[in-house]
Design a protein around this ligand. Structure first.
Ligand code: FAD
Length: 278
C-alpha cells in the first residue's frame, strides 16, 4: 500500500443484533488491510444516535481508529457539544462533520446550526485542534445548491471554518473529481480531497440511492447494468471492472487516497482492493 495515501472504510450503525454480528465480522476482515480509519454514519436529528454510539464504542474497544460522523441539522448546540465531549473522552481524534439530511416526513430542519460550516466552527471553538475534521465534498454538486459555483464557494467557507480534509460523495466519472479539485485549488483551498468510492453490487438500489443524493450513473454504465436484469453475478463482475478502473484513474490523477462506502459488506470492497493491488 502506498503509505502517502489514506484509505478508509465507512460503516453504518446496524439496526439489529444480527446486523451487529455481521458488522463485526466485516470489520475484522477489512481491518486486516490496515486502513487509516473506519468511519460510522449518524442519522440526522439523532435518529441513529444510540446505534451510532454502540458501533463507535465497539470499534474503539477493538483499538480501531474511529471517525464518527456527526450531523448538525435538527440538533441543539448543547446536544452536539455533549456528543463531542463523549467522543473526546473516548480518545477519538477524528470527526466527519456534516449538515445531514432530515429523514423524509420528520419535518426536521433548521435547528441552531443549519450548515456544516457552522458545525466545523463550533468544533474548533470548543475543542481547538483536538479533532481532525473531515467534511463532505460534491464533485457533481450538492443537489440543493443553486449552482456549481455557489457550491464551490460554500465548500471553501466550510474549509475556512477549520476543516482538515474532505471525503467526496460517490461518483463514476473521474473527470468530475479532477475538475472539482482544480476548481477548489483555484480558490486557494489546499486540503486533501479523498474520493468516496461506492462498489456496484445491485442496480436498482444504486439507481434509487443515486437519484436521491444527486450522484450520476453515466448512461453507458446504467444501460449495461439494466441489460443484466437479475443476473447478479454479471452485475458484480461488471461493477468490479468499472469501479476498479475508476479508482486507478483517480489514484493516477493524484487522489490522496480512497474512502470506501462499504455498506457493511467486506467482499465488494475487498475485491476492488485486491484488484488494485493495494
Ligand atoms: P453543507 O456543507 O452544509 O452543504 C449543504 C448545502 O448547503 C449545499 O448545497 C451547500 O452549497 C449549501 N450551503 C452550505 N453553506 C451554506 C451557507 N452558508 N449559505 C447557504 N448555503 C450553504 N448524512 C447523514 O445524515 N449522516 C451521515 O453520517 C452522512 N455521512 C456522509 C458522508 C459523506 C462522505 C458524504 C459525502 C455525505 C454524507 N451524508 C450524511 C449526507 C449529507 O449529510 C448530505 O449530503 C447533506 O445534504 C449535506 O451535508 P453537508 O455536510 O455537505 O452540508
Amino acid at each position: 500500500m502506498n503509505p502517502d495515501k489514506t484509505f478508509s472504510f465507512e460503516l453504518f450503525p446496524p439496526k439489529t443484533e444480527k446486523g451487529m454480528v455481521k458488522l463485526q465480522s466485516t470489520v475484522a476482515r477489512l481491518a486486516e488491510r490496515r486502513p487509516a480509519f473506519f468511519s460510522c454514519t449518524y442519522g440526522a436529528g439523532g435518529s441513529t444516535r444510540d446505534r451510532t454510539f454502540a458501533t463507535v464504542d465497539w470499534l474503539v474497544s477493538q483499538g480501531i481508529d474511529t471517525a464518527p460522523h456527526l450531523t448538525c441539522i435538527g440538533n441543539s448546540i448543547a446536544e452536539t457539544l455533549e456528543i463531542l465531549n463523549r467522543y473526546r473522552e473516548q480518545g477519538i481524534r477524528r470527526i466527519v462533520a456534516l449538515r445531514g439530511d432530515p429523514p423524509s416526513g420528520t419535518g426536521l430542519g433548521g435547528g441552531e446550526l443549519t450548515h456544516a460550516s457552522e458545525l466545523v466552527a463550533l468544533i474548533r471553538e470548543h475543542f481547538g485542534d483536538h479533532f481532525h475534521i473531515e467534511v463532505a465534498a460534491y464533485p457533481e454538486m450538492h443537489p440543493q445548491a443553486p449552482n456549481f459555483l455557489v457550491d464551490l464557494d460554500n465548500f471553501r467557507t466550510k474549509v475556512e471554518a477549520g476543516a482538515d480534509s474532505a471525503m467526496t460523495q460517490y461518483f463514476y466519472n473521474a473527470d468530475a473529481y479532477v475538475h472539482f479539485v482544480e476548481q477548489i485549488r483555484a480558490r486557494g483551498v489546499d486540503i486533501p480531497i479523498v474520493p468516496g468510492i461506492m462498489p456496484i453490487t445491485n442496480y436498482s438500489s444504486l439507481a434509487r440511492f443515486s437519484d436521491a443524493c444527486g450522484a450520476e450513473i453515466p448512461r453507458w454504465i446504467r444501460k449495461r447494468l439494466e441489460a443484466y436484469g437479475d443476473d447478479v453475478e454479471s452485475i458484480r463482475a461488471f461493477g468490479l471492472e468499472v469501479v476498479t478502473g475508476l479508482c486507478e484513474q483517480l489514484l493516477a490523477a493524484g487522489a490522496p487516497g480512497l474512502h470506501f462506502y462499504t455498506m457493511n459488506q467486506a467482499d465488494p470492497t475487498l475485491a476492488i482492493w485486491d484488484r488494485l493491488g493495494l
